[in-house]
Design a protein. Structure first.
Length: 531
């Protein structure tokens, strides 16, 4: 075991990300695709045809929609789109791979040489280089549980996933900490969902992360040591990604001290993640590219992308989530945490901007708060997105206008939203029909406030003494008297005005108090006319 002192230790991580594309059919056949929401609950081995099962004489046919989705992601990652790419056979045996090979792309990927920027853990803007993004087909799935959860000693093969279009995105080893890897993964997931190419449900395997991890260690004697690269396979949660990287950071140093093995040919290994023990587990020594015996697939034509096709796909590229987030913060004055949530779903962010357009002159931050609070709460209860509630941007603008004029109270918003979900009527008309409009009667409001001040004289005195929390008791009294028909903000404003400016509201309401001793009483000078 080596006892050499280590002067510094640097983590190096590159990522391979597998994204299942949600086309209606599979990559090389018209059989339904399990990654599409319409077919995700199909019974095992029901999405299989002769191509998927690799029956003799069956021939693949390329899915154009999958190619275009991949091009769209490549453009968003600022990749060059290859004008000529081809399909290759990656040969290896596994029970969930009926053909004995996987159709992939080897030396001529569809997308290459891109970049993506994240805000790193240190707060700076970090560039992550994208080596390539190539298309391939997914394999089937192995399981070891029978229906009902009973353990099965053998392996159960489900070919529903076999042939699903799979976009593999490969980064340079530009990550130096687990937090940056997680940030990148989260940003990439938002991007792919925003583009509509995947559902991005991690638990279903729509996105799977495979970090390639090693260490660069400078020893006290000046030598630089690089540990063998470890690829951790098929991580489908960001918790697992973080845990695997942090575990390898410690494990690889210990392994080097025990074995002295450094990075070199044949030293790479594949490990899995144990989500219970929180450790990585050796699976096999990693094959190199020559072990897969790649060769061009003779059954598929190359992909040739001309100017017209590329321009058509590029025209579908929307303003990307990161750019929208920055614009929402700079142009609309939104807090970063609000802007982040608003760009997670494309439908939500477009609904937000439509609501702003329908409410000229309104503060976008007020609209954002309405959508992120009351609307999001109702959407969560309904199991849908805010943009799917049934409320229109014009109706949202109507609610904002009613609140700006204090014509409805904050406590009425949820009920009004519920009523608007089932009608196309104007927000004001619905509020009036449902009896939600606030009573605006200055005389009546003053009478209610007077009664509250009289009933809670001590609270009134506390507020005048600077204890503003005491105003809640006065506010509650007025709201009870009004039956909730007045706006709480208007009541609070009126109470503050009465307490800060008019002593007459207190003098008549204060209980009798013991006389103040002369030596401590304040002296009041009066002007007395001469006789």
């Amino acid at each position: 075991m080596s006892e050499v002192a280590i002067r510094s230790k640097q983590l190096k991580v590159g990522l391979e990300i597998h994204v299942e594309l949600q086309t209606r059919s599979k990559m090389f056949t018209r059989t339904p695709n399990v990654a599409h929401p319409d077919f995700e609950d199909a019974d095992p081995n029901t999405l299989v045809d002769p191509v998927v099962a690799a029956l003799p004489g069956s021939l693949p046919g390329m899915n154009r929609a999958a190619v275009e989705m991949s091009m769209l992601v490549g453009l968003a990652l600022k990749c060059d789109i290859a004008r000529f790419s081809k399909w290759d056979r990656k040969n290896y045996y596994y029970p969930d791979l009926p053909k004995g090979y996987q159709i992939s792309q080897y030396d001529l990927p569809l997308c290459h040489d891109g970049e993506f920027f994240i805000r790193s853990a240190s707060g700076d803007r970090r560039r992550i280089g994208i080596i390539r993004a190539h298309l391939e087909e997914d394999t089937g799935k192995l399981g070891h549980e029978l229906p009902g959860g009973a353990r099965y000693e053998g392996s159960l093969v489900d070919l529903n996933r076999a042939g699903t279009p799979l976009l593999e995105i490969v980064t340079h080893p530009d990550f130096a900490c687990a937090e940056d890897v997680v940030t990148f993964g989260q940003e990439l997931r938002v991007l792919c969902r925003f583009l509509g190419v995947t559902q991005g449900v991690m638990q279903r395997g729509h996105m799977r992360f495979e970090p390639n991890i090693n260490l660069e260690m400078e020893l006290e004697d000046g030598r630089m040591v690089r540990t063998p690269i470890v690829e951790v396979k098929n991580l489908n949660s960001f918790r697992a990604v973080r845990g695997a990287i942090e575990h390898e950071y410690e494990r690889q140093e210990q392994a080097w001290r025990e074995t002295g093995i450094e990075m070199g040919p044949g030293a790479k290994s594949t490990r899995g993640w144990d989500d219970e023990k929180l450790v990585t587990v050796l699976q096999r020594e990693k094959e190199d590219a020559h072990d897969y015996r790649y060769f061009p697939d003779p059954d598929l034509v190359p992909v040739v992308v001309d100017d017209a096709w590329l321009e058509t796909v590029a025209a579908r590229l929307p303003e990307l989530p990161a750019d929208r987030r920055e614009r929402f913060m700079s142009d609309y004055g939104l807090a970063e945490k609000d802007a982040v949530v608003l760009v997670e779903e494309r439908g939500f962010t477009e609904f937000f901007e439509s609501s702003i357009a329908a409410s000229p002159g309104s503060d976008p931050a007020v609209i954002a708060k309405l959508l992120l609070n009351q609307c999001a709460k109702r959407a969560n209860e309904s199991g849908c997105g805010v943009h799917e509630l049934g409320v229109s941007p014009d109706q949202i603008a109507g609610i904002v206008a009613l609140r700006a004029e204090n014509e409805i109270g904050a406590q009425s918003i949820d009920a009004l939203l519920g009523a608007l979900c089932t009608t196309d009527d104007d927000a004001r008309d619905v509020a009036e029909r449902e009896g939600m409009l606030v009573v605006v009667d200055a005389g009546q409001l003053d009478a209610w406030c007077d009664e509250a001040l009289e009933a809670h004289a001590q609270a009134a005195e506390d507020v005048r003494g600077g204890k503003m929390a005491a105003i809640g008791r006065l506010l509650g009294h007025v709201m009870k008297l009004s039956g909730g028909s007045v706006d709480a903000k208007a009541v609070q404003a009126r109470l503050r005005e009465m307490l800060s400016g008019c002593c007459r509201f207190l003098s008549a309401q204060m209980p009798a108090r013991a006389p103040v001793p002369c030596e401590s009483a304040p002296r009041i000078q009066r002007s007395v006319p001469s006789r």
